[in-house]
Design a protein around this ligand. Sequence first.
Ligand SMILES: [Zn+2]
Length: 544
Amino acid sequence: MNSPGHPQRGRHTPRFDATDGWNPLTLGVLAGVWIAALSNWPLWRALLALPETASLRGALFVLGFGVMIAALLTALLALFAWRFTIKPVIAFLLLAAAFGAHFMGSYGVVIDTTMMTNVLQTDPREVRDLMSWRMLAGVGALAGVPLLLLWRAPLARLRFWPQAGRNLITLIGALLVLALLVFALFADLSATMRNHRSMRYLINPLNSLYALGDLAAQSNAKPAGPPLPIGLDARIAPRAAGARPPMMMVVVGETARADHFALNGYARATNPELRALDVLSFSRVMSCGTSTATSLPCMFSHLGKADYEARGRDHENLLDLVQRAGMAVLWIDNQAGCKGLCERVPHVDTCTGDDCMDEVMLQGLDARIEALPAEARARGVLLVLHQMGSHGPAYFKRSPADRKIFQPECTTNVLQQCDHAALINGYDNSIAYTDHVLAQAIGWLQRNQARYDTTLLYVSDHGESLGENNLYLHGLPYAVAPSEQKHVPMILWPLNGPTADCTRSQRDVPLSHDNLFHSVLGVLGITAREYNPKLDALAACRAR
Ligand SMILES: [Zn+2]
């Protein structure tokens, strides 16, 4: 095959194997070992922290698990071990694994389908909030160094069939190693995966690949076309003569956790303004998801969490139904968008700069209402304000300079470098600012009471981990997410009149995002086939 007698390399013809470059397969195996051993440090850290890996048997299991991941990656890369594919595929895996390791290792998040949805739906502002020197260093070490070596590595020229044979043998060999290890370690493997379900989402970068594949499968499985209409029979219940039309403002909070609201018993004064108003804070409300992308569509759906997650088709939402019933609808977004909810109703984005203080949503609001169709307004108005709220990790950006009650504040987005008290200060300042924004919103509604029967309902989309059990941010799979990410505040105004005592007695009733759709329809006095009075949190106390 080769011509050992040739003194000069250049005389090989391209059809023959050359010995002066790397075989793509070798690069693939090296990359698999690198990623398994180094880019999976958050997984190794988590596994080695488990009590069951403290023994020699446990240590051998962790080692075997590492070899399994290396074998799986080698099998995958053997499929791409060709001159023109190996480098791009290795580069992609190295980068995916390095970014994955940074976010998992720094924030305690895991990478599953939901997290990947969040990543794909994120906007440049959110990305800027997450960037740090620490991230650059981490990604540089795990991906930059091997990428540099990869880029400089000359590749051997190969003949097709011998290479195909080698790739196939490597693929079979790697799968055999994997199968043998699964067999040998099955007891430990199944126990660990069962008892620590989030571990599987730490396997890097297979978690990202799986999530991308799952998302692609989901979007293929959904029939194309517009969402199924709802509320085809929706109508407005007759009002007493002379009664004002309803105006309901739903404020969708962001990343606010219930236990940091003074109204719910938090020891710090995070609700100084709402405390002075006739509000009711529901104390036991659970979110539908642990991220904006999962919670928002679920909150505005008539289906409720269980049926929403099992749905075969997408449906229209609360906004479509209210508009179909004949009322005016307006979505004001001060964050990363309405996730498709407001596509068919009037909507406006108020967040164009970097900081996007939530009070901006109240500026010029009268003019925005005036611009809605007059005959629809006469029947009623549904306003949705989507807050920036307490969106992390840069909590210190979520309150204006003159409203920082709690000092000092952590001013980095590298949360685990923050002094814990300073981190909480920054977060609590964002909650106190939300308190101010809600009080301002109630003031605006009070000024409109002559024309409208006004109501405000505030509910956050999900909570946030602030370092409990070394977890930060949000977005863990619902089944394993701690209550900090799921227990959300919900506040109703006004609490007055003959029904106030009854409503106040509902304070500790267990509620969830499932109740939002039906409670809003109840307040607006809209009936439809989709309305379920049992899920209307305010129905029990409504004067009829
Ligand atoms: Zn959110």
